[in-house]
Design a protein around this ligand. Structure first.
Ligand code: HEC
Length: 447
């Protein structure tokens, strides 16, 4: 993704914060939509199979209804599935500019798979409708031989398409989701992500756990969406067939409950998989909010299933959408924490460029050594620890990474628990630059 990296300009700290908020909005559209498409396609294929086994007509109707509900129409697929992901790729490219982490590559792959997967799933939907039409047409006995042949061919083709495109589309979508989850996981554990190879990244326990959460959530949300659309939106009174409504209600509320049952535990495990340094109060708050909302959804599923109270059809859907948004915010907070020092590197670069534009660039009143003696030497020595650690002990990790050292000096973060936090020395960008250079030069001399 080098070409994207070149497009990106350094960002101010405020802009970086704004990007994080935009990401939350965009993912709040993308994640629920893709979840429902995935869960819905799976359910549609599953109940189609059940129909072929049991010959119960309701299964067939259900299979077709589900895919029609969840795909809405082509435009929705593009607007909610593909455009947000594209926007997310651009934002991640800015936030992780020069970070050399695979996140953006994973997202690009995810986009490619989703594009193909969605295309196939929409084909599945239309060919399913088509083959139903064919089946309900009775051949006119006066029809000529040629037309009859054509008719059979198209009929066979559409049922072939609906069977195969559905399944392949589902598998491809799954791979796309897997890449997406790997991207988010790598970004949220930025500091502890040790750049494993491609396959090892995909199979990393953290990624698999998040994938499991995504899939379980997708099934839960899909069933809630089915209940919402069937019981509430479509206005079940218009649907003459009361026993079909009961059939849908029974299946969806049971399946929804089953899929959601492990979610709270999985989310809790996910929470404890974050490195301690990245945890913050707000991450806990959002994780707990999403768990509580899922508990509320249990209750609604139960009310629909046992008490036949269909009013909960709409509530349950919105409660679960909120749960997914809470989960997304939690991930974004984790990413913000994990990339804190990287964001500083980026905004420091921005400050430097801004200072140069204002003409403050070249004038550094004091040399690096002079600045150091006045501003740092009270707490630091090169070869001995004082208030802070000996420079020679900590500098090795900054060799070749001057920008990171400048970022630390301009805005120190907590590093070593054996020391108190370093107060912000309040240097200007150019001053920090000069001091960092001086430190690294001294370190190089020592070797
Ligand atoms: C008031 C005391 C104090 C002053 C002044 C001070 N530091 Fe520090 N410095 C500390 C302490 C304490 C730590 C350890 C912080 C930690 O590990 O969380 C530290 C850590 C560091 C580190 C190690 C960072 C790491 O990643 O482990 C560097 C580099 C550093 N200081 C450079 C400087 C420079 C350059 C200046 C002058 C511009 C400076 N310090 C001024 C107290 C100070």
């Amino acid at each position: 993704m080098d070409f994207l990296d070149k497009l990106v300009l350094p960002q101010s700290a405020e802009h970086i914060e704004l990007l994080h908020y935009m990401l939350i909005l965009i993912l709040a559209l993308f994640v629920p939509f893709i979840s429902i498409i995935f869960g819905g396609t799976f359910a549609s294929i599953h109940y189609g199979k059940k129909f072929r086994k049991t010959k119960t007509l309701y299964y067939k109707k259900f299979s077709k209804d589900i895919i029609e509900y969840v795909t809405v129409n082509n435009g929705v697929g593009v607007i909610l599935g593909l455009v947000p992901l594209l926007a997310a790729i651009l934002i991640f490219a800015q936030l992780l500019h020069t970070a050399q982490i695979q996140t953006v590559s994973f997202l690009a792959l995810s986009f490619a798979f989703l594009l193909v997967g969605l295309f196939m799933i929409y084909t599945y939907r239309y060919s399913m409708v088509l083959s139903n039409v064919f089946e309900s047409v009775n051949l006119n006995t006066n029809i000529d031989k040629d037309s009859e042949e054509d008719y059979r061919k198209i009929k066979a083709k559409s049922s072939y398409l609906s069977l195969n495109y559905g399944k392949s589309g589902l598998v491809i979508l799954f791979v796309g989701i897997w890449f997406y989850v790997a991207a988010i996981t790598s970004a949220t554990s930025f500091t502890s992500w040790n750049f494993p190879g491609f396959i090892t990244s995909l199979a990393a326990p953290k990624v698999l756990l998040n994938l499991l959460i995504f899939i379980a959530f997708a099934f839960t949300l899909t069933n809630a969406a089915i209940l919402f659309i069937h019981l509430y939106w479509k206005d079940s009174k218009k649907d003459e067939d009361v026993s079909y409504t009961k059939f849908v209600k029974d299946i969806a509320s049971k399946a929804g409950l089953k899929a959601s049952i492990i979610l709270p535990i999985l989310i809790a495990i996910n929470l404890f998989s974050f490195p301690e340094t990245n945890l913050s109060g707000s991450i806990f708050v959002y994780a707990i909010a999403s768990i509580l909302l899922i508990f509320l959804a249990y209750h609604f599923f139960y009310m629909i299933q046992i008490k036949n109270d269909y009013r909960f059809g709409s509530l349950i859907f919105f409660v679960l959408i909120l749960a997914s948004i809470a989960f997304i915010i939690k991930d974004q907070k984790a990413m913000t924490n994990a990339t804190k020092s990287h964001s500083l590197v980026l905004s420091t670069e921005y400050d430097k460029i801004l200072a140069e534009l204002k003409g403050e660039g070249t004038v550094v009143a004091f040399s690096g050594k002079e600045l150091y003696d006045v501003r740092c030497a009270s707490c630091h020595k090169f070869d001995q620890k004082l208030v802070g650690p000996a420079h020679f002990d900590v500098l090795p990790k900054y060799v070749g990474k001057e920008a990171k050292l400048v970022a630390f000096i301009r805005n120190p973060v907590k590093v070593d628990p054996a020391f108190p936090p370093m107060p912000n020395p309040g240097l200007k960008p150019q001053e920090a630059d000069a001091v960092a250079k001086y430190l690294l030069e001294e370190f190089a001399k020592k070797k």
